[in-house]
Design a protein. Structure first.
Length: 230
């Protein structure tokens, strides 16, 4: 990632971008993404109504950390653990924990979603929800595969996996998402908008997760909620 200068596009140690927008950084290290300012309220509303109002939530690919801060501020019984593969994103998550007026934000933990073992958060049957927002299209498919396998392994019975982002549906893709996937693949041929029905749901069903709800969100995004069988 970058040195945090305003207006830079954050990059990982490998030099690849971890986000496709400029993030603003506060003096205390908290980062802000323009996309989070736009999507945090619609996500809060769906999360509250369809995922959970309280319990232990693991976020995979927390990025700046804003979603966890915003949701725990709004939902007083939510305990949220941040994680990311990227060190500078984790530093921002730590800054959000330090700035928080409550103690329900934890981590950040190193989690590479594509791995079969998630270190400190590898607690089978513990998590009420696992959340990943805008990650699976900006990572190789192994990250989507590993995320879903992790949810099958670690969610408690009845727990929810919440995915948010752009998707194709059964081979059909919105024009804006088709243009987006082209731009993603020009950066890395392993990235791209995934097909929910053909690529994601079959993987989820294989690990005991069934679709609980699919909700259309602004800007051709979806909220997708899976539930682990009880
Ligand atoms: C577009 S950002 C989204 C961040 C945040 N969820 C949000 O909505 O603002 C993508 C994030 O995915 C993380 N990421 C990419 N590949 C990953 C992997 N294999 N495991 C965990 N995190 C990953 C990046 O470091 C980055 O923080």
């Amino acid at each position: 990632m970058t040195n945090g200068t305003d207006g830079d596009y954050p990059k990982s140690e490998s030099g690849k971008p971890v986000a496709l927008e400029a993030r603003r950084t506060e003096g205390d290290g908290r980062r802000y993404s323009p996309s989070v300012a736009r999507n945090r309220d619609p996500i809060l509303s769906v999360f509250r109504d369809h995922v959970c109002k309280g319990g232990h939530v693991l976020e995979v690919a927390s990025g700046t950390g804003e979603h966890g801060a915003y949701l725990t501020q709004a939902l007083g019984d939510l305990y949220w653990t941040y994680s990311d593969i990227d060190a500078e994103s984790r530093a921002s998550q730590k800054a959000w924990i330090d700035a928080s007026s409550h103690d329900r934000l934890a981590g950040p933990v190193v989690v590479d979603a594509s791995k079969g073992q998630w270190g400190d958060v590898e607690r089978p049957g513990y998590w009420d929800a696992i959340v990943s927002i805008n990650m699976i299209h900006i990572a190789p498919f192994e990250a989507a595969f590993g995320l879903i396998a992790g949810a099958g392994r670690l969610l408690k019975p009845g727990g929810k996996l919440f995915l948010y982002g752009p998707f194709a549906r059964n081979g059909e893709i919105a024009p804006s998402n088709a243009a987006f996937t082209e731009s993603l693949q020009s950066r890395d041929s392993a990235w791209g908008v995934r097909d929910l029905d053909r690529q994601i749901i079959p993987l989820a069903e294989e690990v005991g997760l069934s679709v609980a709800k699919i909700i259309e969100m602004p800007a051709n995004n979806l909220s997708v909620i899976f539930q682990r069988q009880a």
